[in-house]
Design a protein around this ligand. Structure first.
Ligand code: PGA
Length: 248
């Protein structure tokens, strides 16, 4: 049985004091939840948020990483640096990284390998734009994202990963995918993982939905057989809203 994983992607929001306050509220309000709970603040807030969540049921995630270990890569952060501040999960290949910062399937693959080699767990984002959905190439785009991210990855490593299916047209727009639309793509990814690996591997990899998930639509989405949690943007910035999804 796959355990749901609800992760808050705080994106470029919250100063350090604000992040600490939100993390404290999330720890208190989500206590006893029947799901894995993760918060992903910005790099500068990781250490302070770790002081809040360390030893609690809430795990710490980062929003990106560089694949090299160290060196002349101005502005970048390594896996070891993330580990040193208590990070467990790393979001990779988010559509905002792909759209604004030149992320490709190839760089996602390098990051996935570096994260796993460091003993961290990747949350790999995949998903189509509105034009791609309207052009009926959703499955092709999602397949390219998944195959790209998992290139040369063993089944033993693949089982440690989480996928976040995030239709780009649903991110931050209030236009959530219908539970059926989401389930169709999740089932497609599940079958693809069987082709790439095998049934046992595919059946343990958790696939989150992301894109305008809110307390009032979470229950229906999470009720679908292949939806194993959520990657939450806007609704993760208030502890009550986030908890509404966690409880769903
Ligand atoms: P949203 O963002 O919940 O604000 O749509 C989700 C995400 O980008 O991870």
């Amino acid at each position: 049985m796959r355990k749901n994983i609800i992760a808050g992607n705080w994106k470029m929001n919250k100063t350090v004091p604000e992040a600490v306050e939100l993390a404290k509220a999330v720890v208190a309000i989500t206590k006893g939840a029947d799901a894995d709970v993760v918060v992903c603040p910005t790099f500068v807030c990781l250490s302070a948020v770790n002081d809040v969540v360390k030893g609690t049921h809430v795990a710490l995630g980062a929003q990106d990483v560089h694949w090299e270990k160290s060196g002349a890569f101005t502005g970048k952060v390594s896996c070891d640096m993330l580990k040193s501040v208590g990070v467990k999960y790393v979001i990779l290949g988010h559509s905002e990284q792909r759209t604004y910062f030149g992320e490709t399937n190839d760089t996602v693959n390098k990051k996935v390998k570096a994260v796993l080699a460091a003993g961290l767990l990747p949350i790999i984002c995949v998903g189509e734009t509105l034009a791609e959905r309207e052009g009926n190439i959703t499955e092709k785009v999602v397949e390219d994202h998944v195959r790209g991210a998992y290139k040369d990855l063993s089944a033993a490593d693949a089982v440690k990963t989480v996928i976040a299916y995030e239709p780009v047209w649903a991110i931050g727009t209030g236009k959530v995918a219908s539970p059926e639309q989401a389930q169709d793509v999740h089932a497609f990814i599940r079958k693809l993982l069987v082709k790439m690996y095998d049934e046992p591997t595919s059946s343990v990899i958790r696939i989150q939905y992301g894109g305008s998930m809110k307390a009032d639509n979470a229950k229906e989405l999470l009720g679908k057989p292949d939806i194993d949690g959520g990657l939450i943007g806007g609704a993760a910035l208030k502890a009550e809203d986030f908890n509404g999804i966690v409880r769903a």
